[in-house]
Design a protein around this ligand. Structure first.
Ligand SMILES: *[C@@H]1O[C@H](CO)[C@@H](O)[C@H](O)[C@H]1NC(C)=O
Ligand SMILES: *[C@@H]1O[C@H](CO)[C@@H](O)[C@H](O)[C@H]1NC(C)=O
Ligand SMILES: *[C@@H]1O[C@H](CO)[C@@H](O)[C@H](O)[C@H]1NC(C)=O
Ligand SMILES: *[C@@H]1O[C@H](CO)[C@@H](O)[C@H](O)[C@H]1NC(C)=O
Ligand SMILES: *[C@@H]1O[C@H](CO)[C@@H](O)[C@H](O)[C@H]1NC(C)=O
Ligand SMILES: *[C@@H]1O[C@H](CO)[C@@H](O)[C@H](O)[C@H]1NC(C)=O
Ligand SMILES: *[C@@H]1O[C@H](CO)[C@@H](O)[C@H](O)[C@H]1NC(C)=O
Ligand SMILES: *[C@@H]1O[C@H](CO)[C@@H](O)[C@H](O)[C@H]1NC(C)=O
Ligand SMILES: *[C@@H]1O[C@H](CO)[C@@H](O)[C@H](O)[C@H]1NC(C)=O
Length: 858
């Protein structure tokens, strides 16, 4: 078949009606290839004639045939020729010689309204083939030949056979027959009574396949209960030819069909018998006699081929006549269940059929519904008829009336999905909690213990099992979240009623997810609409999206983020995607400031350009408020990355120099004191060094060293026996890699090292720091020796200094003295914490060990 479509209009005729006294005059111009014929209706006398004007003369007769495609004046000598004459409009479509593409047949609708019109399309294809008629949806419906169609548009299909004319059948529009194929040569007739507007179907004509019988029909049976009748050719007058006729039925899934032969007149066969061959699907086929029971309660597409026998066409010999009926109906039985929500406060259920094509019928308490809603606190009987589970969507909503903020316990239960005892094999597709507030207060949403929330943004989407859509009072979304191990949001506070909808991400049935999904509490009203409490991850950037992102924030609404920055880190905030509105009234504002409200605050309006990265050294807030926009929207996506604070060398050096100076002064004093009392065994002296005499002193925090260097040997290298061994016997070779110990010098004898050894990583220092050991002669040289500036001889540092160092450390977290913390590590802090414990121990150490070694060293 070609693809082009030739519309063929029949009766596109220029027509003028002049009413001259009792006469009608019509100017008619037939289309090319079209014949127009006026003929008297049967039973009318000769009291009216149709005349054709030929120049000055006219010829009148009881009929008139116009074949030329030229204007012709036609007159009638009666006032209402439509009562006497019919008009037949004929067209021939010959597919036997030409390459016959699909032809759309469409009669013109306006002409000859006062006549009964008969349109005839004469169709012819190559012999041995069938001509094919395709009917647009809805298709055709067969009626008894004696009937006429309700819309007065009756189509009659006739075929010219060897034995003469055979009436295939009469058809009306709006039916189930989508295609009729007829043997070789025939005619389609459309009859429209006078006064009826023509409202024709487009019929497509084409050359069909090789002949299989006299007629073949394709029928598409509709869904639901339906019954349709078919009639054999020449119904009631009898069909005599030994031919086949075939019907192909398309049956919708979930339907059974039953065939009944309602009226059967058997032909008188000379040879053979009439047979009904059924084919079910592709595989099953069987043959039954017309008098036997026809298939019933079967499923699937099927075809019926009726083969007539050889019959002699004689007046008193009957031919074949069959009227059969095909009925379709649902195959399934309803699934019944009961839902009892009386024990689940505030819980309601909705069940929806998502497949419009399905034959699913749902009823609630025996009333058929498009969508089932079981209200909270009720019990309902549900029935499902032919409802494939995968087409159904079950959603549940639980309304929680929150405790008042003034209530003693303003914490709600955690949000978990209750067990839905439904007996219903429908997966739970969505669960919504509506948190309703009694008063002007705030809902605090917290992730369940051990997790935090993560907001799904295009750059970092939720890929957990479920997603939580959090929305404000009027259903405007705040965002899509999930509960994740690597989340950043610790709390979301929302002013007003809140809805939380959990939907599955990569699972099918939510009812298996028991949660808890969130915890919630009620707190007093906040000024912002939403406040997030977030802790950015060290491991990667986090994104902050304004509520409803990427759509705009609600007009005149505000959001705030309280961002906690861990110590030793700074945050870099970048507005990575900003959409600014034109404001009708007010301004949008974005402001950033440190939480302790001492630092500098920065802010921008929509008419200013948002600057590049903003660096915050401490925990800060980010507030955004929208104006009343005239156009466009306010939506901001910000990105926060944490970076380890880079030390400020200058301040560190200054601090170290300061500490050194202090040490030098102290050392000088000590030296003076020692020199004064030299040669006298002196407990006092030792006391100077005893203090938590850790090598943890400022000097210990030798700046250039990295933490790794310092920590590396601490515990590994020192073990008590070794140390004690040293202390007892200085000649024993040291097994410790620290130069200080291996040298076994007097320094080793310092008591202070013993006490805290276990609890404090005292030996944090590498050999370099113990340069003191090498300076046997004069312990205090290093202080004056510039190269040793950073290698402070801690053992000699007095107690006071250490204590103060511990405190300083805390005050100067962000400052240069961090260095001490990182290099000397926790020592100063631990020392002070352990002070009380260590003190006595050291004292005893002091007592037990006399100071000869020390004496030597000095
Ligand atoms: C119309 O003309 C025919 C013959 O031409 C005549 O027999 C007939 O009576 C006429 N009818 C009327 C109504 O004049
Ligand atoms: C009138 O029509 C009939 C057939 O309808 C025909 O036999 C007859 O010759 C026609 N008469 C005239 C005068 O044309
Ligand atoms: C038909 O008649 C009208 C006048 O009644 C005339 O103008 C017209 O030319 C005629 N048409 C033909 C084809 O004779
Ligand atoms: C077609 O027929 C069905 C019943 O068979 C009827 O409900 C429907 O209205 C009809 N449609 C038209 C366009 O006539
Ligand atoms: C048919 O009618 C003829 C006479 O009209 C008669 O001879 C013949 O038997 C009849 N056949 C049958 C089958 O009735
Ligand atoms: C439809 O047919 C199937 C088998 O063909 C049968 O099991 C089922 O009961 C039938 N349904 C009805 C409603 O009869
Ligand atoms: C929350 O919902 C309840 C019930 O629908 C309503 O009465 C109340 O006004 C709402 N509160 C707010 C702040 O919208
Ligand atoms: C900003 O976000 C919107 C919404 O997701 C997106 O369409 C747009 O491409 C983004 N623009 C940039 C510059 O990333
Ligand atoms: C920013 O938001 C926080 C939290 O709501 C609020 O405490 C603070 O006052 C706001 N700051 C500004 C400048 O609006």
């Amino acid at each position: 078949m070609g693809s082009c479509v030739f519309p063929v209009f029949i009766g596109l005729i220029l027509l003028q009606i002049h009413k001259i006294s009792e006469c009608h005059k019509i100017e008619v111009t037939p289309d090319s290839g079209t014949i127009i014929e006026f003929s008297k209706k049967a039973g009318h006398g000769l009291d009216c004639s149709v005349c054709k004007e030929e120049g000055p003369s006219e010829t009148c007769n009881s009929s008139l045939k116009l074949t030329e495609a030229q204007p012709t004046n036609v007159t009638f000598n009666c006032s209402q020729p439509g009562d006497v004459f019919n008009v037949a409009i004929k067209q021939e479509i010959d597919c036997s010689t030409t390459d016959c593409s699909i032809i759309a047949v469409h009669p013109d609708s306006t002409r000859f309204l006062e006549f009964t019109r008969t349109f005839n399309w004469h169709l012819k294809v190559q012999s041995g083939k069938m001509f094919q008629l395709d009917f647009p949806s809805p298709g055709m419906r067969q009626i008894k030949p004696s009937e006429s169609c309700p819309d007065k548009h009756t189509y009659i299909i006739t075929t010219y056979q060897r034995v003469g004319l055979t009436n295939i059948g009469s058809f009306c529009r709006n039916g189930t027959i989508s295609r009729i194929q007829v043997l070789y040569k025939g005619r389609v007739t459309l009859e429209v009574p006078k006064g009826t507007d023509l409202n024709p179907s487009d019929i497509k004509v084409s050359m069909g396949p090789a002949a299989t019988g006299v007629v073949e029909m394709d029928v598409k049976l509709p869904r639901g209960a339906f019954s349709v009748d078919f009639f054999t050719p020449d119904y009631l007058t009898g069909y005599y030819d030994e031919q086949k006729m075939k019907w192909n039925f398309a049956v919708k899934p979930m339907h059974n069909f039953t065939v009944r032969f309602q009226h059967y007149i058997p032909p008188e066969c000379q040879k053979k018998t009439v047979m009904c061959d059924y084919a079910l699907g592709d595989k099953t086929s069987f043959t039954v006699a017309p008098t036997e029971t026809q298939p019933a309660n079967k499923q699937g597409d099927f075809s019926l081929t009726l083969t007539n026998c050889d019959t002699k066409k004689v007046a008193n010999v009957s031919g074949l006549s069959l009227n059969f009926n095909v009925e379709v109906f649902r195959s399934g039985t309803p699934y019944l269940c009961t839902v009892d929500l009386r024990n689940e406060e505030g819980l309601s259920l909705q069940i929806e059929n998502k497949n419009r094509e399905s034959y699913c019928e749902m009823s609630l308490n025996s009333v058929m519904q498009e969508k089932i809603v079981v209200p909270a606190g009720t019990k309902a009987d549900l029935s499902f008829f032919d409802c494939p589970v995968q087409d159904l969507q079950l959603t549940a909503t639980k309304v929680i009336d929150c405790p008042s903020v003034s209530a003693r316990d303003a914490t709600g239960p955690s949000l978990t999905i209750p067990t839905l005892d439904l007996n219903l094999p429908v997966p739970l597709h969505q669960f919504t909690w509506l948190l309703r507030l009694r008063d002007q207060s705030t809902v605090d949403l917290m992730p369940p213990k051990g997790s935090s929330l993560h907001q799904s943004v295009p750059d970092k989407q939720c890929n957990e099992r479920v997603s939580l859509l959090i929305s404000e009072t009027e259903g405007s979304s705040i965002g899509q979240f999930c509960s994740a191990a690597e989340g950043t949001i610790q709390k979301i506070q929302i002013k007003g009623n809140v809805s939380i909808t959990v939907t599955p991400n990569n699972i099918k049935d939510l009812s298996q997810e028991k949660g808890p999904f969130l915890n919630f509490g009620i707190s007093p009203e906040i000024t912002e609409n939403v406040i997030y409490t977030v802790s950015p991850l060290i491991s990667g950037p986090m994104y902050l999206a304004t509520p409803n992102w990427p759509d705009g924030m609600n007009p005149s609404s505000s959001a705030s983020w309280i961002i906690t920055i861990p110590q030793e880190y700074k945050a870099e905030l970048l507005f990575s995607n900003v959409s600014k509105p034109k404001c009708d009234s007010g301004h949008t504002e974005v402001s950033i400031g440190p939480l302790d409200s001492q630092g500098q605050t920065q802010s921008w309006r929509e008419d200013q350009s948002f600057t590049g990265p903003v660096v915050q050294q401490q925990s800060f807030y980010l507030n955004m408020s929208n104006c009343e926009p005239k156009s466009d929207r306010f939506a901001v996506l910000s990105k926060i990355s944490l970076q380890k604070e880079i030390k400020k060398f200058l301040s560190i050096i200054l601090a170290i120099v300061g500490a050194l100076l202090l040490l030098v002064i102290i050392a000088v004093i000590v030296v003076c004191v020692i020199r004064k009392r030299k040669n006298k065994p002196n407990n006092n002296r030792s006391s100077i060094f005893m203090p938590r005499g850790k090598p943890v002193l400022p000097g210990n925090a030798s700046f250039p060293k990295t933490r790794a260097d310092n920590e590396s040997h601490v515990y590994a290298s020192i073990d008590d026996p070794t140390m004690y061994g040293h202390l007892v016997d200085k000649n024993q070779p040291a097994e410790v890699d620290s130069g200080a110990w291996s040298n076994g010098h007097q320094v080793d004898a310092y008591c202070p090292f013993q006490g805290p050894m276990d609890s404090v990583p005292a030996a944090t220092d590498s050999s370099a720091e113990y340069s003191l050991d090498r300076r046997e002669g004069d312990a205090f040289q290093p202080f004056l020796n510039p190269p040793n500036t950073f290698n402070l001889p801690k053992p000699r540092s007095p107690l006071i200094l250490q204590g103060s160092l511990g405190f300083e450390d805390r005050r100067m977290m962000d400052n240069a003295l961090n260095t001490f913390k990182s290099v000397g590590d926790i020592n100063p802090i631990r020392l002070s914490a352990d002070e009380s414990k260590l003190q006595p121990q050291m004292d005893s150490d002091l007592d037990s060990y006399p100071e000869p070694e020390y004496e030597e060293s000095v």
